[in-house]
Structure formats: C-alpha cells, structure tokens
Design a protein around this ligand. Structure first.
Ligand code: SF4
Length: 387
C-alpha cells in the first residue's frame, strides 16, 4: 500500500537505529504524545531496538483514556434514559464508569459501561462519524439523539461540523456530550510537574494536520525542549526520534516537522475556523490526571443549546476514579503498565479497570496485546495468542 509499506522497511529501520546509536552520548527521555504512536512503538518493538540510553515515555494522547470518569457516568445516565438514542465511537462503549443506571427506567447502582446500558435496553449505537448521528436525529424526530464528542484537536472539526449542520438544519433533537481535550496544555502540565522526566517530545502528527505546529514554538522556548512533529509508521517514529536526539545532543530546543507529507506549518485553517466558531476553550478534567486549566473545548455560547449536559441536567454530577488504576501516572510517563498492580490480573482486556486497557490507543492495551506473553528472557511465547 502506497505510503505505508515503504515506511515499514526493515533495512531502513536498522539504518535509523544505527544512526541514532552513532549520535547518542548520554541518557535521554523522549515522550511520544499520541496513543497511536505508543501502539506502533510497542507493536514493532521500536523502544527495544533503540540504544539503552534512550527511554520512550508514553504520553497522554489517547482520547478515550483521558475522558474523565464523571463524563463517562454522565454518558451512562443520559444513555439509560427512555427516548434517547446515544451515539458514540466504538471504543467508548467499554470504558468503565464509576456508577451506572442499571436499566432505562432505573436510577444509578452498580458499575458498568455503555455496553451494559445497551444490554439493559438502552438505545446505544456505534457510529463512524458525528454526521451519522445527525442523520439519525433527522430520521427520528420523536427521539433525542446524543453524540459523545470525545477526542483531541483531530476530531474537533468533524464534531464541530455536526453541531454547525444541526443548527443550520434547525434540528432541536440533536446534542453533544463534549469531552474535547487539547494537546499543548497537557504538554505544559507535564513539563511543569516537579517529577517531570521528559526532555523531548514527539508531537502527534494527526493533531498537527489540523492545528499546524506554531503553537509549540512558545512551549519549546519556555521549557527548552525539542518538539518533533512525527507520524505513526515505524520509520516515521525512528526518524522523529533521530531528529529529537540530534537536537538534544546539540543543545537545541526547536520545533521540527518529520511528518511533512501530511502536516503544514499553519495546519488546516478552515477546520480551525470552524472549531473556533462552534467551540470555546474551557478548563477540562483529565481522567487520572485531574484538572488542567484551558485544556479542553466546550460549546460556544451561540451553540450552547446543543449541550447534552445542560439538556439532560447532568452538569453538576461528579464521580470518583478507581483508586487502583494508575493511568494518570502512566499517561504522564511516570510509570509503565507493568508497574500497575492490577495489570494482567484484575485488569485485562476482557475486564478492564481503567480506560487505557480498553482503548485501541491505550498504553495498557498495547502492552497487554503485544507483550504479555513473554518468556522470562523477554522473547514472545512461541505460537502464543498475542491478540
Ligand atoms: S493496567 Fe488497568 S488498572 Fe492498571 S493503569 Fe492500566 S488501565 Fe488502569
């Protein structure tokens, strides 16, 4: 496949690993922001190919993982109501909340996820685009249709388009439960932490496809860290790591773009304009991490009538996270999944305790999928089921 196979070439990968080994002289910790990058790194064993001086820390860039538990609970409460069609991307359906309405007619009690609500009779549907949810709203004028609008800057334009289109169409039975988060404030929160160990970043290529990368210039300058916009294939990642290590070794702290085939400096300006029209920047609570000022998007005043939290009266609801889940530490690069006491025992892909074990971009899911079956020497078990 064009633009895929050539970025998985083993001989070229070995050359990059050798080039990194030639320039590295001391230990460096580099964080990949995006969970998609984490999965590629773990799947292809890129971290294990690198010289031992380089540590890759897994960042907070998994939208499912960082959606706060109270927002999951709000989704459960809304989805369980009669007369509601609750639409979501598939990953969100297995994320555990703290409490769940056990049936469309019952109050809260027990623990569960959106699949549990569906099993209990709720009308919960997986969609592939928020515009699918708008279409469902048009087809079901006697129902309230809610879309779970999660994600980073990458998904914000499509979600904004659904709300914009709903307003233009005069739809009164469509709303969105918004959980949008923003990358730069999270990077600053990590860099400001007294326990920070991150010295350079691989920025998420798809986020920068939308946003460009000029907003990283002040972060690189203020915290004196190199930031390399990086793609998702093995050679993308190895080249991004090489560029980052080269900057670190040379004492530079610049913003560079490895992912030039998809990312322009200014990003997708029409998409940014639409997001700015429909959303506004708000404080946001991140699952496992806590509140980060001005780190999320909420609906702008002109579109406030599409806010599901207000429409269904769940704005004030709060919830507690499972204390056993250390996802916050993992998403800040301070721990690895194997260092969680529940990993692989009380928390598995079949019975996840936390969102990072659910999501296709979660670090715990990546380790569980690709690395749980190992001999003590570290090699994969022969013929083992790695799925
Ligand atoms: S292994 Fe499970 S409980 Fe532990 S941090 Fe990951 S998601 Fe949370």
């Amino acid at each position: 496949m064009k633009y895929v196979e050539e970025y998985r070439d083993a001989a070229a990968a070995k050359q990059y690993v050798a080039a990194i080994a030639r320039i590295v002289t001391r230990p460096w910790t580099i964080m990949e922001i995006c969970g998609g990058q984490t999965h590629a790194i773990v799947k292809y064993g890129i971290d294990e190919l690198l010289p031992r001086q380089i540590t890759l820390a897994h960042g907070p860039g998994c939208p499912v993982c960082v959606t706060s538990v109270e927002l999951i609970d709000k989704a459960l409460r809304i989805a369980a109501q009669q007369n509601v069609i609750f639409c979501s991307f598939g990953d969100m359906l297995r994320v555990p909340g703290s409490t769940i309405p056990t049936s469309p007619n019952a109050g809260p009690g027990g623990t569960g996820d959106l699949f549990s609500v569906k099993a209990a009779g709720g009308d919960v549907r997986i969609v592939y685009s928020p515009m699918d949810a708008v279409q469902i709203a048009k087809q079901n004028p006697d129902k309230q249709v809610v879309f779970f609008a999660v994600g980073f800057e990458t998904t914000a334009p499509a979600n904004a388009m659904s709300v914009y289109h709903a307003k233009q169409s005069g739809l009164t039975n469509y709303s969105v439960l918004v959980s949008h988060v923003l990358v730069p404030p999270a990077m600053e929160a990590i860099l400001s932490s007294p326990t920070n160990c991150v010295q350079g970043f691989l920025a998420a290529g798809h986020v920068c496809t939308v946003m460009g990368y000029t907003e990283y210039y002040p972060i690189a300058a203020k915290y004196r860290v190199p930031i390399v916009v990086t793609g998702f294939e093995p050679l993308d990642l190895l080249q991004g790591i090489y560029m980052c290590v080269l900057q670190l070794e040379q004492g530079r702290c610049e913003v560079e773009n490895q992912y030039g085939r998809a990312v322009r400096r200014e990003g997708n300006v029409p998409a940014q304009d639409l997001v700015a029209k429909v959303f506004r920047v708000v404080d946001r609570k991140w699952r496992g991490i806590g509140g980060i000022p001005r780190s999320g998007l909420g609906l702008a005043d002109d579109y406030a009538q599409f806010d599901a939290e207000t429409r269904f009266g769940v704005s004030q609801y709060t919830a507690q996270e499972d204390p056993e889940c250390i996802s916050g530490l993992i998403m800040q690069g301070a721990r690895r999944p194997e260092q969680c006491s529940a990993y692989g025992s009380r928390c598995t892909s079949d019975h996840p305790l936390g969102a990072p074990m659910v999501s296709s971009e979660g670090a715990c899911a990546a380790y569980y999928r690709y690395r749980r079956l190992r001999t003590e020497a570290g090699a994969p078990v022969e013929g083992g089921n790695r799925g």
